[in-house]
Design a binder for this molecule. Structure first.
Ligand SMILES: [Zn+2]
Ligand SMILES: [Zn+2]
Length: 390
């Protein structure tokens, strides 16, 4: 049997990022998920095929081998997913319904597609909170510790989250016999399994409050405003978020707290434009400095710095100030500051200046030799186009 192209299976292109691949996989896997297509053999095959393609393309090493050698290059590298349960155990958390998604590092969160996994141990879980955090370019360049104010639910101190007025203020739920669960046997193409759902009557707690706490009225949590410290690493970008586990809303009556997701917003800088970890700066120089060369002072994210303008610098030239940009988020080192030189052409001149320029105009070196379009410095030109189109 000939295998289909992995990129085709996942509806992505050869240049797609890991994030795009992950998001496409998630979408398609949801579509062909066996829970949504009971008894549909074709969907099941598709589901398996997707898992195999995803396993290869989500792994940079396997993906490179596949790009180079095709299916041959990765034979034996991919599981053949005969058993659907293998797929769940391997990629469980991508479907967002298979337990807590682990306490991944902030970097995993940034580059792992960012979709939060949901938990469903309980109906009492506290919700996640989202908050926007505005940062200056200077703060992003070096990283920063911020203190933010958050309005959220916290555990009621009066009843310690139980929701009951006294310690033995509960009675057992008669619907689930105190287990908090309702069990039902179901048959499907994957065999018989026991379907466990949360008891709606007691919300999965197995018990009912007899007398409610006065402070929280039985909820086990109260509204409050609190300050939270956020450690923002250098190099973050707009749309990145920092997940603070368990710092969202407290759950009802001791349920798991949600997370606090701090979303980064970038404040516009008055002088600099960001392009990934490089920053761009427009520098105006006089004709005299451009022709004769000069040492000028330019602002950088870390304060003023000297920059040498070589004699004969053309307008539009890019000068690179190494390591004056933003620290990389996920690697050592930092970006550069790229300075675009603009030669100032005066709009108004007086009669004395006119005389001097006329004189200069007669001089051989001030006569253009040939005309050309664009700059001869191909590297600068590439950077320029990059800056224009980014
Ligand atoms: Zn209370
Ligand atoms: Zn119950």
């Amino acid at each position: 049997m000939t295998k289909r192209d992995y990129y085709e299976i996942l509806s992505v292109s050869k240049t797609s990022s890991v994030d795009e691949i992950k998001s496409s996989y998630r979408k398609l896997a949801m579509k062909y998920h066996p829970d949504k297509n009971p008894g549909n053999k074709e969907a099941e095959e598709k589901f398996k095929e997707l898992a195999e393609a995803y396993e290869i393309l989500s792994d940079p090493v396997k993906r490179q081998r596949y790009d180079q050698f095709g299916h041959q290059g990765v034979s034996g590298g991919a599981h053949s997913y005969d058993n659907i349960n293998d797929i769940f155990s391997q990629f469980g958390d991508i479907f967002g319904s298979f337990g807590r998604g682990g306490g991944g590092s902030i970097f995993d969160e940034f580059f792992g597609g960012g979709q939060r996994t949901s938990r469903r141990e309980h109906n009492n879980q506290g919700s996640d909170l989202k908050i926007n955090l505005k940062l200056t370019m200077e703060e992003i360049a070096e990283g920063v510790d911020k203190t933010i104010k958050v309005k959220k639910y916290k555990v009621c101190s009066e009843c310690e989250g139980s929701g009951a007025k006294s310690q033995n203020g509960f009675s057992r739920c008669t619907h689930c016999n105190g287990s908090g669960e309702i069990r039902q046997a179901t048959r499907s193409i994957f065999g018989q399994f026991i379907n466990v759902t949360v008891c709606n009557y007691c919300n999965g707690e197995g018990r009912i409050i007899k007398e409610k706490c006065d402070e929280c009225h039985g909820e086990g949590r109260v509204k409050t405003e609190t300050t939270i410290k956020v450690n923002v690493p250098a190099g973050v970008s707009e749309g990145n978020y920092i997940p603070l586990r368990g710092q969202g809303n407290s759950g009802i009556r001791g349920g798991h707290p949600g997370d606090l997701l701090v979303f980064i917003e970038e404040e516009q800088h008055k002088e600099f434009t960001r392009n990934e970890d490089d920053i761009y700066y427009n520098l105006e120089v006089s004709i005299v400095d451009a022709v004769m060369g000069a040492e000028v002072v330019v602002p950088t994210l870390a304060g003023k710095a000297k920059l040498t303008i070589e004699p004969g610098t053309e307008s539009g030239k890019f000068l690179r100030m190494k390591d004056k940009g933003i620290r990389h988020l996920n690697a050592h080192g930092r970006g550069d500051q790229i300075v675009k030189v603009n030669v100032h052409i005066p709009k108004k001149i007086n009669s004395k200046e006119k005389e001097l320029l006329k004189e200069l105009g007669k001089s051989e070196n001030f006569k253009p030799k040939h005309s050309h379009s664009g700059t001869k410095d191909k590297k600068s030109e590439k950077n320029f186009f990059k800056s224009v189109f980014n």
